[in-house]
Design a protein around this ligand. Structure first.
Ligand code: PEP
Ligand code: MN
Length: 339
C-alpha cells in the first residue's frame, strides 16, 4: 500500500502516520520527493485499516500497488527519483556520462583516463577494482589498491567515482572509497549482496542481468530499496540473444519501458551492450533519444593493451568524438548535459 502525504505535510504528521503504519503490521518506507512525501507500506498488515488512514491529518491518498515491486513502481511515486552525488544529479532533467576503463590497471593508466574523461566533459570516473571475469586465469582486478588509485584520481580531477562491488565481504571497503557502488550484470540476482547494498548510504548502480527480464531487474532494485536505500540507478547493458554479430544485444526498448514502470533513473551502457567500438556512438545516441538519463562508456588511454574489454573501449580521440556527438541528442531529448 502507498500513502501519499499532502504537499506541505508536517514532519509530525508524517511521523504520526509511520507510527500507525507500524501498528497495523507494515514496515514503512518514507520516500521524500521534491513536493510530496510518499510512505510505502510493505508487508502483510491490515489493508482495510490502512486504507482508512486517508482521513488522517496530512494524508492525500492511500492506494494499493498491483506490481510485485512496490517501492520501485512509478505508480507509488510519480515524480522521477533524482540521485544527487556531490552536486551532480542523476535522473530528472539531466543526462550524465560515466566513463573510464573497464579495469583500474596502474596508477598512470587511471590518472591518464581520469584526465581525459574530465577534459572531455564526462561527469563520473568509472573503473573496476574487483573484476567479474569469465576465466579465473584472467586479470581479477587490483582490489584495494585499485580503490585507492581511483580515490587518488578523484582527488586530482574532482570526478566522483563509480566502481563494482562483487561480494558482501568487500562492502565496507568499497563503501569507504566509492561515490556510487556498481552491481554488475552477473550479480543482479545475488540477493544477499543486494540486501547488503540496501544498508549502505551510497547510491547503487544496478546493471541488468545477462538473461534477466525487466521485471526481474525491478525486483532486484526492490531488494535494495526494501532495506532502506532508495538511491538506485538502473542500467541496461545488453542481454544474451541468439545474435552473434555483437557481444550482447542492447535492449533499448528497456529505456521507455522502464521509464513507464519506475521512477528510478535509467542509464545505458553501449560498451558492454555491443562489445564493439564502432557501435558505441550510434547506440549511445539512440539510447539518449529513447530517454536515457545517462550513458556508461568504457574508455582506455590505449585500448590495445587493456587488461580487460579492450575491443569495446574507446580510445581518447574516439571518446572526444563520442562526447561531442552525443550532446545534440541530449538537447533534442529535452535534457541538460551538466557542465
Ligand atoms: C563492467 O562494467 O566492467 C562490467 C563488468 O559490466 P557488466 O556487469 O555489465 O558486464
Ligand atoms: Mn568491462
Amino acid at each position: 500500500m502507498i500513502i501519499v502525504m499532502k504537499k506541505g505535510a508536517s514532519a509530525s504528521e508524517i511521523q504520526d502516520i509511520t507510527r500507525k503504519v507500524g501498528d497495523l503490521g507494515f514496515k514503512d518506507h518514507v520516500i521524500s520527493g521534491e513536493t510530496k512525501t510518499v510512505i510505502g507500506c510493505v508487508g502483510s498488515g491490515d489493508k482495510a485499516r490502512i486504507k482508512a488512514l486517508v482521513t488522517a491529518a496530512g494524508v492525500e491518498s492511500v492506494f494499493p500497488v498491483s506490481k510485485p515491486y512496490k517501492l520501485a513502481a512509478r505508480s507509488s511515486k510519480q515524480e522521477d527519483t533524482v540521485v544527487d552525488v556531490n552536486g551532480v544529479q542523476i535522473g530528472g532533467g539531466a543526462c550524465v556520462v560515466f566513463a573510464g576503463p573497464c579495469s583500474v590497471e596502474t596508477e598512470d593508466q587511471i590518472n591518464e583516463s581520469a584526465r581525459i574523461v574530465k577534459n572531455c566533459g564526462a561527469h563520473f570516473l568509472r573503473g573496476g577494482a574487483y573484476k567479474p571475469r569469465t576465466s579465473p586465469y584472467s586479470f581479477q582486478g587490483l582490489e584495494e589498491e585499485g580503490l585507492s588509485l581511483l580515490a587518488a584520481a578523484r582527488e586530482k580531477t574532482g570526478l566522483p567515482i563509480i566502481t563494482e562491488l562483487l561480494s558482501p565481504r568487500h562492502l565496507p571497503l568499497v563503501d569507504q572509497y566509492a561515490d556510487i557502488i556498481q552491481i554488475g550484470a552477473r550479480n543482479m540476482q545475488n540477493f544477499s549482496l543486494l540486501k547488503e547494498c540496501g544498508k549502505s548510504n551510497k547510491p547503487i548502480f544496478l546493471k541488468r542481468g545477462l538473461s534477466s527480464t525487466i521485471e526481474e531487474l525491478l525486483m532486484s532494485a526492490e531488494y535494495i530499496m526494501s532495506e532502506g536505500n532508495y538511491n538506485v540507478i538502473l542500467c541496461e547493458r545488453g542481454i544474451r540473444t541468439f545474435e552473434t554479430a555483437y557481444r550482447n544485444t542492447l535492449d533499448l526498448n528497456a529505456v521507455p519501458a522502464l521509464k513507464q514502470l519506475t521512477h528510478l533513473p535509467v542509464v545505458v551502457d553501449p560498451s558492454h551492450g555491443t562489445g564493439r567500438i564502432d557501435l558505441v556512438i550510434p547506440m549511445a545516441k539512440a539510447a539518449i533519444a529513447a530517454g536515457a538519463d545517462g550513458i556508461m562508456c568504457e574508455m582506455h588511454p590505449n585500448p590495445e593493451v587493456a587488461f580487460s574489454d579492450g575491443p569495446q573501449s574507446l580510445n581518447p580521440d574516439h571518446f572526444k568524438q563520442f562526447m561531442a556527438e552525443i550532446q545534440p541528442f541530449v538537447k533534442t531529448s529535452g535534457k541538460v548535459f551538466p557542465s
